[in-house]
Design a protein around this ligand. Structure first.
Ligand code: UD1
Length: 333
């Protein structure tokens, strides 16, 4: 299949591109490189031993995008491009509506103009907001509590309307839990600009000596050890979920799937695992809870298993050792 991947140079987009190429799909990446680099494209080529076609452009440039669609004629789009920091979205909400919502609108216009009818969308478990029960299934109410989560939900809603407006239009939404880990080659991984906000990249920075210690946000949650519990999913498993979705998308009008492992790991458990993987000391410091954090977030993964024939296979040990390999092979200042 010809697959156009927006945001294909990003963390999840690059791993998905590798899996698509491995499955003999013909891929074109569109990325504005606002949070990635050309080096990622070079590394995709190194791993896949194939040329990786890409365009440095912004999906909000609708007329340019339509010309790209008319030339490449994709069968399917996988849409990752967007901003993803919860904290920034609270300070700069309009950037999030502009990039995430208007970017997706522009993309759908280009798809309509060129007759492309299939899309897989990169969404997040953050659309659920405060869990009313766990594990969270796809029927859980969606009440996002920050602008980032709202833009994800609004795009889901727009896709639902688009998918039901015409007979052959199909959209699959993948709601990721906590993507972590890296490619086993050590060539691709998460490379956030500035100081990371998410747990695994922070643990890796402490292990390598870039940060002095990790602040653990709260030890009084009602979990096994009092620290926050999350459903971490390996980025390569997550990438393969997209390939599974590409296979099924034409059989659906619109559908939503959780992508996680179905089991939870606490902050302290993840730190212990990372200590083992790295052989390094990781200093910790308990501080107050972080605003907006929930105690537990775990996916119900039955639907993805039954209907996409996809399940995560990598565990927290793989996630830690791959993230560590990526870190030591790519030390930056
Ligand atoms: C965060 C986002 C979520 C996004 C997800 C992507 C927030 C509030 N939520 O989820 O919208 O989809 O990332 O992966 O930012 N922790 C510490 N110390 C730290 C950092 C984190 O103790 O320095 C704890 C947190 O309190 C939490 C766990 O580690 O219990 C995971 O945190 P994080 O990696 O930031 O992910 P989420 O908060 O689940």
């Amino acid at each position: 299949m010809k697959v156009l991947v927006t945001g294909g140079a990003g963390f999840i987009g690059s791993h998905t591109t590798i899996e698509l190429i491995a499955q003999k799909h013909d891929v074109l990446i569109i990325d504005n490189f606002s949070n990635s680099s050309l080096e990622v494209i070079r590394r995709i080529e190194k791993i896949s031993k194939k040329t990786c076609e890409f365009l440095n452009m912004d999906i909000r440039e609708t007329s340019k995008l339509i010309a790209v669609f008319e030339k490449f004629v994709p069968d399917c789009v996988i849409h990752f491009a967007g901003l993803k920091s919860v904290g920034d979205s609270i300070i700069f909400p309009l950037d999030y509506y502009d990039n995430n919502f208007l970017g997706s609108l522009s993309l759908l216009k280009a798809m309509d103009a060129s007759g492309c009818k299939k899309i897989i969308y990169s969404s997040s478990a953050t659309v659920y907001g405060e869990p009313k029960y766990v594990p969270l299934d796809e029927k859980h109410p969606c009440e996002p509590v920050n602008p980032y989560g709202k833009t994800k939900l609004f795009v889901e809603e727009m896709l639902k309307d688009w998918a039901t407006s015409k007979d052959k239009n199909s959209a699959i939404i993948l709601r990721y839990f906590n993507p972590v880990g890296a490619h086993s080659s050590g060539l691709l991984g998460e490379d956030p600009l500035g100081v990371p906000n998410n747990l695994m990249p922070i643990i890796a920075d402490v292990a390598i000596g870039k940060l002095p210690h990790i602040n653990i946000y709260g030890n009084d949650y009602s979990t096994r050890d009092g620290t926050g519990e999350r459903d971490y999913v390996h980025v390569v498993d997550l990438a393969q979920a997209h390939v599974a979705a590409v296979k099924k998308v034409s059989q659906r009008d619109f559908d939503v799937f959780n992508i996680g492992t179905g089991s939870g790991t606490t902050v302290l458990e993840l730190i212990e695992e990372f200590k083992k993987a790295s052989g390094k000391k990781i200093s910790t410091n308990f501080v107050n809870r972080r605003m907006g954090d929930v105690a537990i977030s775990i996916a119900s993964v039955e639907k993805a298993k039954d209907e996409l024939s996809w399940s995560a296979v990598k565990d927290i040990k793989d996630m830690s050792s791959d993230a560590w390999r990526w870190k030591i092979q790519n030390m930056t200042e």
